[in-house]
Design a protein. Structure first.
Lengths: 157, 157
């Protein structure tokens, strides 16, 4: 397995398969081309035998000079539970640390228990919400009406 | 009419109405919250009587230190042909010029003749494509299969 920075040409490879990685859910809209043109430096691809098996799209906050944000992470269904998420997050952390960022933020859906457990294992803390779902603090309607989110934060040491 | 920088709270105001501005088309996905959290500094709101009547979401390219990108611009249907687009673009241009950017890029759909005419009037040039639609150079499948785009570029002087 190899990890490298995102390339512009990854767009045409990822977009046609990305919905399948999520069992048919429409996820392609989460990957507008702008990330492949302008945020390659803090986004990563994991490959196995020259096939993409995982990716992380992240960026340095433009407004908050000490923050970085992870927008979207995906692992091919056949390659889950192989530590690819951790490899991607570790690379992102090292990259943004070099850019003097002190905090990484990201969000997930309250139903995504795997994601919540992953982030907690990776040392993210859950930010205060306005309600609790299965013991987890959740911010109601964070991504628009009906779209509650769990907000994660990790301090870089 | 007043112009100001984007605020985080604009998200909850804009998202419920944005699809209506486009006659019911699903456009809310073009406005993920990350822009309201991390790119406020180069994004703008035009208000009339404290109501939002126009917005521009743009950012400084993280990878290309001389570039800026305009992601998404909208004007309330009742406020079109009032120069709001020009006001937003002029403000963006001045902002990114201060950040030493030399080039602004953006894209539009080949069917959007109003947008193509607007960008040409604003001094954008159309980049080379791989086909021509109604006399305009177009890049096939730029935003995924079937999603051709016109690519604009403007040098800042």
């Amino acid at each position: 397995m190899e990890i490298r920075s995102l390339q512009r040409s990854d767009y045409d490879v990822l977009i046609p398969q990305i919905n399948d990685w999520w069992g048919g859910r429409d996820m392609a809209g989460m990957l507008p081309k702008l990330f492949f043109n302008h945020f390659k430096d803090t986004s990563f691809i994991v490959e196995e035998d020259e096939e993409i098996v995982g990716f992380l799209i992240g960026f340095l906050s433009q407004d908050k000079s000490d923050e970085a944000y992870i927008h979207f992470v995906g692992v091919h269904p056949d390659y889950r539970k192989k530590n690819i998420g951790k490899i991607l997050y570790d690379n992102f952390l090292n990259k943004v640390k070099m850019a003097d960022r002190k905090v990484i933020r990201c969000i997930t859906s309250p139903v995504n228990k795997t994601s919540i457990a992953f982030h907690q294992k990776m040392g993210f803390v859950i930010e205060q919400g306005d309600k609790t779902v299965d013991g987890v603090a959740v911010k109601s309607n964070y991504d628009g009406v009906g779209n509650d989110r769990v907000l994660f934060k990790k301090k870089i040491e």
